[in-house]
Structures are given as structure tokens and as C-alpha cells.
Design a protein around this ligand. Structure first.
Ligand SMILES: Cc1cc2nc3c(=O)[nH]c(=O)nc-3n(C[C@H](O)[C@H](O)[C@H](O)COP(=O)(O)OP(=O)(O)OC[C@H]3O[C@@H](n4cnc5c(N)ncnc54)[C@H](O)[C@@H]3O)c2cc1C
Length: 412
């Protein structure tokens, strides 16, 4: 290990996978992963689900067993924030004033939740959810709360609403758009999720936003909405989107635009620096080459492996279709591909029972599918996207033939 180190900034899903993949692909460099959070990397998805409900403990969150890192020669520097990059001398500066030289640099800094820009947004019972520390605070607050207001009907807001409602808390969700998950799912899927939430007594208010927070001491007691109505609650959870952590890259002169811009192989505008995961924005072959910043475990993992291949001069790991999941109550939503811009949609299954898939097409080509509690459809949809198996609306619409047969026949 004579070359200068590969330094990874951000010790989470993308950073960990990148470090491990670099080793797997033969990197002989010293690998140092620097992260500002304490402890070893953990899974974020359970934070709004099993961890919040108390069904999962800290140990079960661990991304990989601790001993794996040592066996792969991967060093961690936890609780260390990188504050600047000097690209001329290839060195980083940490908040503790430590200087770390790099030969190769990977930025996997993720994103952070958008905060409410209202007076009182820092009150004790106004909570965000990104880190395990925030999940602990929310879990603790939920123990004594009888009512909660969730601001934002996106995935995080809805998962938190589901978990809190199942814990016996009276939950209200407010959403500025006229329906749930406006930019992420079809109306049919949004309506099905709304129905499930309502069956668990969650109240929804659409077309409104929080206008003012009324405090009693250090706690919000009432939230005044944009239509002048008021909601009284013990707890406020804010889920109004995220902001990419791209300031470090931007300050170092790397090209950024709502995320660190990367090419198809994870390279930033500096060839010795790659980026991956929630902080990165890339032209997406599954979305007409639009620049997208995806926030999912799949994206963080696959981009990380692709960037590691670039750093080790390996052939790229290949084009992987995007996919995502969300668990709410006993419903599993799975999305394969990028479904925005669809002009034709075909439903299979039984929407009235909440078990169905919507297959989406643009200009006659299959672009993705949403599946609600239909895991086998999701697996086949991913396979079709990954292997470029063409599906047509008329064939998928023929519900007398099962999907596996359709896929088999389409492959010929
Ligand atoms: C509550 C919750 C539920 C989710 N559920 C799902 C789900 O069901 N399905 C799904 O596909 N995805 C889900 N996600 C999204 C998924 O967890 C993310 O896409 C994934 O964590 C992205 O990984 P990442 O490594 O790119 O970024 P992150 O996980 O955000 O990690 C970035 C890390 O970099 C650190 N960092 C940032 N700047 C610096 C710096 N300057 N110096 C040092 N360290 C720094 C941060 O502290 C952080 O630890 C969920 C996310 C949350 C928060």
C-alpha cells in the first residue's frame, strides 16, 4: 500500500459500499472513511419503520458487521466533519483541524432534511428524521404524545404517520399538493395508500401548509395552517424534502447543481474525485437522460460500486435500473424504473383489495412499474428494465396470461 490513500467523505450507505467495492475490485490503497456521525454506518430505512416502533434495536441497524471493515483494511474516522478540500495539494481539512492527504477522493455526503422556515421551528417537539439520533428523539417523544402533526405527505412523512398511528397516536398529515406523493407515484397508488392510512384513522389535509407555530414555553402547542385553521398537537414531525450536502464540493470548485454532478461512471468535474448516493446528480438512462438526484438505497449502492470501479480502473458495473421501496402498515410499495412522463398505464391485480401493479409506458416503451404488495411483479419489472426486455401495453394488459409467461415470451 504505497500509493496515497483513497479517502471517502460520508460514512453511510454509499460511502461504505464504495470503500468495500474498491477493495473487492483490487484497490491496494489505504482506505479511510470519514464521517461526522458517531459509530459505524447504519441502515436508515428502519428509522421511520421498525426502529421507530421499537421493533428493531440499534444492533440490527448496523450496515455491515464491524469486524468486516478491519478484515478489509478499511479505517473509520467517526465524529469527524470534513470542512474543506484543497484540490491543488490533494488534502482535506477536518473540523478538528486535522489535515488528511488523499490520492483519490470519494464524496458520499448524502443529504439533509429541509427545515421549516418558521419562527419556533427549533422548538423541543418539532422533529426531523434523518439520523439515528433524530429517530431516538422521535421515538422518545412518541412515547408520551397523544397527537402528532406530520408536515409533508412524502415517503418519510407517510412512514412516520403509519408508525405513529399504529402506536395509538392521533395523527394528522398536511400536504401542500392536492394529493399524496404527487411527483413520485401514480394517482391510483396515492389513492390506495390514502385509503390504508384513513383506515388507521390518520386525518389528511390537502392544499395547506404550516403558516405559524404557536409556542407554550419551548414546545409548539398549536400549528396555524395557511387556510387559518389551527391544529393542536403534542408533536410535530417535519418531512418536507431534502437538500443535498454538496457545499463541500461546491466550495472546492466542483460542478454542482442541486447535487454534485457526476458522469455515467461517478466522476465529478475533477478526475481524481468521484461522488455517489443522495448527494450526487447524474444523467439517468432510465429517464430520457434527465439529470436526476435519486434518494434510495439502490441508487447509493449501485452508484458507489460504479464509482469504485472507476477508481480501480475496472470495467463499469453496468447500467442498473432504479428501484425503491416503502413500507406503510402491512403494505409494501415497490417502484421499478422512473415512472414520471408515462403516457400509458396498465393495471394488473386488484386495486380494490390494495394488491396491484401499475405498469407505465412512454411512446410505447416500458419505463417502470409500481407494485403494492405484489412483489413478484416488481421483480419481473426490474428484470425487464435491466435486461431491456420489451413489454407492450397491450400484452401486459392481457390479464389472462401471467406476467412471468409474458416476460418469457417477450424475451424470445
Ligand atoms: C427515515 C428514512 C427512511 C428511508 N427509507 C428508505 C426506504 O424505505 N427505501 C429506500 O430505498 N431508501 C430509503 N431511505 C433513503 C436511504 O436511506 C438513502 O437513500 C441512503 O441512506 C443514502 O445513502 P448516502 O450514503 O448517499 O447518504 P446518507 O445516508 O445521507 O449519508 C451521508 C453521510 O455523510 C455524512 N457527511 C455529510 N457531510 C459530511 C462531511 N462534510 N464530513 C463528514 N461526513 C459528512 C453524513 O453525516 C451522513 O452520515 C430512507 C431514508 C430515511 C432518512
Amino acid at each position: 500500500m504505497t500509493e496515497s490513500p483513497l479517502v471517502v467523505v460520508g460514512a453511510s450507505c454509499a460511502g461504505t459500499n464504495l470503500a468495500l467495492a474498491a477493495r473487492e475490485f483490487g484497490s491496494q490503497r489505504r482506505i479511510i472513511v470519514v464521517g461526522e456521525e458517531p459509530g459505524f454506518p447504519y441502515h436508515r430505512p428502519p428509522l421511520s419503520k421498525a426502529y421507530l416502533s421499537g421493533k428493531a434495536d440499534d444492533q440490527s441497524l448496523m450496515l455491515r458487521p464491524e469486524k468486516l471493515y478491519a478484515s478489509q483494511g478499511i479505517e473509520f474516522l467517526p465524529e469527524t466533519r470534513v470542512v474543506s478540500i484543497d484540490r491543488n495539494v490533494k488534502a482535506l481539512l477536518t473540523s478538528e483541524g486535522q489535515r488528511i492527504s488523499y490520492g483519490q477522493l470519494a464524496l458520499t455526503t448524502g443529504c439533509r432534511p429541509r427545515r421549516l422556515s418558521l419562527a419556533g421551528a427549533e422548538a423541543d417537539n418539532v422533529l426531523l428524521l434523518r439520523t439515528v439520533a433524530e429517530a431516538r428523539s422521535l421515538r422518545e417523544a412518541a412515547q408520551s404524545a397523544r397527537s402528532a402533526l406530520v408536515i409533508g405527505g412524502g415517503f418519510i412523512g407517510l412512514e412516520v404517520a403509519a408508525t405513529l398511528a399504529q402506536g395509538g397516536i392521533a395523527v394528522t398529515v398536511i400536504e401542500l399538493e392536492p394529493r399524496l406523493l404527487q411527483r413520485a407515484v401514480s394517482t391510483l397508488v396515492a389513492d390506495a395508500l390514502l385509503k390504508v392510512h384513513r383506515s388507521h384513522d390518520v386525518t389528511f389535509r390537502f392544499g395547506v401548509t404550516a403558516a405559524a407555530l404557536e409556542l407554550s414555553g419551548n414546545r409548539v402547542r398549536n400549528v396555524r395552517l395557511s387556510d387559518n385553521s389551527t391544529i393542536t398537537c403534542d408533536l410535530v414531525v417535519v418531512g418536507i424534502g431534502t437538500i443535498p450536502n454538496d457545499e463541500l464540493a461546491r466550495d472546492a470548485g466542483l460542478c454542482c447543481d442541486n447535487g454534485i454532478l457526476i458522469d455515467a461512471h461517478g466522476r465529478t468535474s475533477d478526475e481524481s474525485i468521484v461522488a455517489a448516493g443522495d448527494c450526487a446528480r447524474q444523467s439517468n438512462a432510465f429517464a430520457d437522460h434527465q439529470l436526476l438526484r435519486l434518494e434510495s438505497v439502490q441508487n447509493a449502492t449501485d452508484q458507489a460500486r460504479s464509482a469504485a470501479a472507476t477508481l480501480t480502473a475496472r470495467a463499469d458495473t453496468g447500467l442498473k435500473p432504479p428501484w425503491f421501496w416503502s413500507d406503510q402498515y402491512d403494505v409494501k410499495l415497490q417502484i421499478a424504473g422512473i415512472i414520471t412522463g408515462a403516457d400509458t398505464s396498465v393495471v394488473r391485480g386488484t386495486p380494490e383489495e390494495g394488491k396491484f401493479s401499475v405498469f407505465h409506458f412512454r411512446n410505447g416503451s416500458f419505463i417502470g412499474a409500481e407494485s403494492l404488495s405484489r412483489a413478484s411483479d416488481h421483480v419481473l419489472a426490474r428484470r425487464c428494465l435491466g435486461e431491456q426486455i420489451s413489454l407492450s401495453p397491450s400484452v401486459v394488459g392481457d390479464t389472462s396470461i401471467d406476467l412471468a409467461t409474458i416476460v418469457r415470451q417477450s424475451k424470445k
